[in-house]
Design a protein around this ligand. Structure first.
Ligand code: FES
Length: 175
């Protein structure tokens, strides 16, 4: 019994759509941001191979593509995790122990701020104020706010989301 497993994932379909959009703007240098927006929306990030394809097709340099991606914060070069942890390092949080909380997060997850765990579950980001200074130190996990966090609470907070992820195993990372 032969089973062709090629192009069955959503990802393959997204790549085909992306290819169509890139080709539609062949030679249009001014369409760069628009095309990047499309890729970001479809995949949640702009992979390197697609950056190369965009550069070649739109007739712009790869460094120009990279420059736009790094200039606009909404574009990302790497996939983000299912759970985005925003660790506030604003003044109110900072003086109430946010650096220790962040250090524990990094230790527990084995990544640095800005990175995503290999299993695609968690991304740590640093933010400057989440508008909840009265609850400092604060971190959010997607839309959940965790106030008065101490480093000791980090393992149980992470386990909560790990358990949640297990109950929704087929959800795609990167929202
Ligand atoms: S400084 Fe952290 S919530 Fe405002």
């Amino acid at each position: 019994m032969s089973e062709n497993t090629e192009h069955k994932c959503e990802c393959a379909e997204a790549y085909l759509d992306i290819d169509r959009v890139i080709q539609k703007h062949k030679g249009e240098r001014g369409a760069l941001v628009q095309v990047l927006h499309y890729v970001q929306e479809r995949l949640g990030y702009v992979p390197k191979d697609i950056q190369v394809r965009i550069a070649e097709t739109l007739d712009v340099s790869l460094s120009e593509v990279y420059g736009v991606i790094t200039f606009y914060s909404l574009f990302r070069e790497r996939p983000r995790g299912k759970f985005i942890i925003s660790s506030c390092q604003g003044t109110a949080c900072y003086v109430r122990g946010a650096p220790e909380v962040l250090a524990r997060l990094e230790k527990e997850l084995g990544i640095k701020a800005g990175d995503t765990t290999e299993d695609g579950l968690f991304t740590i980001e640093i933010v400057r104020c989440l508008g909840a200074c009265g609850l400092a130190p604060v971190m959010t996990v997607n839309k959940d706010t965790h106030g008065r966090v101490t480093e000791d609470k980090i393992p149980s907070i992470l386990n909560f989301y790990r358990t949640q992820a297990k109950s929704e195993p087929r959800q795609v990372a990167g929202n």
